[in-house]
Design a protein around this ligand. Sequence first.
Ligand SMILES: *Cc1c(COP(=O)(O)O)cnc(C)c1O
Length: 311
Amino acid sequence: MKQQSLTESKINLPSTVETFVFHGRTIYIKRDDLVDLDLSGNKFRKLFFLLNTPSENYKRIISYGGSQSNAMASIAALCKRKGWQFLYITKTLSQTLKNDLQGNLASALNDGMKLLEIEHDAFEAVVRSLYTPTPDSRVGSFEGDLLLAQGGADLGAKEGVALLAEEILAWKIEHNIEHLTVVTPSGTGTTSLYLAKYMKEVAVMTTPLVGSSAYLKEQMQALERLPDNLHILETTKKYHFAKPYKEYVEVYEMMKAQGIEMDLLYAPKMLSALSEKMSEIEGEILYVHSGGTKGNVSMLERYKRKGWRRI
Ligand SMILES: *Cc1c(COP(=O)(O)O)cnc(C)c1O
């Protein structure tokens, strides 16, 4: 396993495996949310290659996306640790949001992130203009800049996800598990794609949170051919990303009662898709906690306003 440098004291690897009960079945859960308090869950895995990059290699990281993104908060924490500047491009924020900074945005700004707000209509063009037509599209136009695709969907993410796969396979052998299904939700699909790539003997199941299965596949294929052991599940009900749903907070509370805090954007839909599929799954199931709980403050506020949550 790779040795940690500078950051040893903050990182707990390998992440622990616990269990929870879901519709009467015991499911294992890999607590990747507890690996690093600042770089949450799969963002720690996806940014692992940068944690191990010498600080002098870059001056600044540039990325873009939503203003409450988990990736944004994790990149900000990474940059703070590495002494890199962080420029993040997002669509113009509403005044209400600016007056009441919360969750990931508050945390990222606190870590020194510089925010560049672009008008809604010009956003796509500005993002496209960042990319220089070189074989390595990550190289920014200025020396010392590194461009990271939205959500950290970078080829470099392989490295940390491969380490996660290694931990899972070692655990599987240690516990004599023959048939294993690993479950984790997808945004860009980077995590589940690379997990499947590095664990050919394991079935990997995921569900798309942002857009359709077809769109998810498209994003994955930009990085790598789709492995046969990767399965994309859909839920009967259609859900929109970042919207509150009553059943989401019910799943959240059911998990919380078992001592595990899940995020409110990704995990509830994944668990719902799993519940629909579970009777067909033989052997053991391992849910990989993908982190993201830092964003819960702002989501729980919305649930409270809807009257779906008392506290
Ligand atoms: C970013 C994120 C994901 C999606 O990860 P991808 O590698 O982009 O598919 C899933 N869960 C949580 C909590 C996240 O923050």
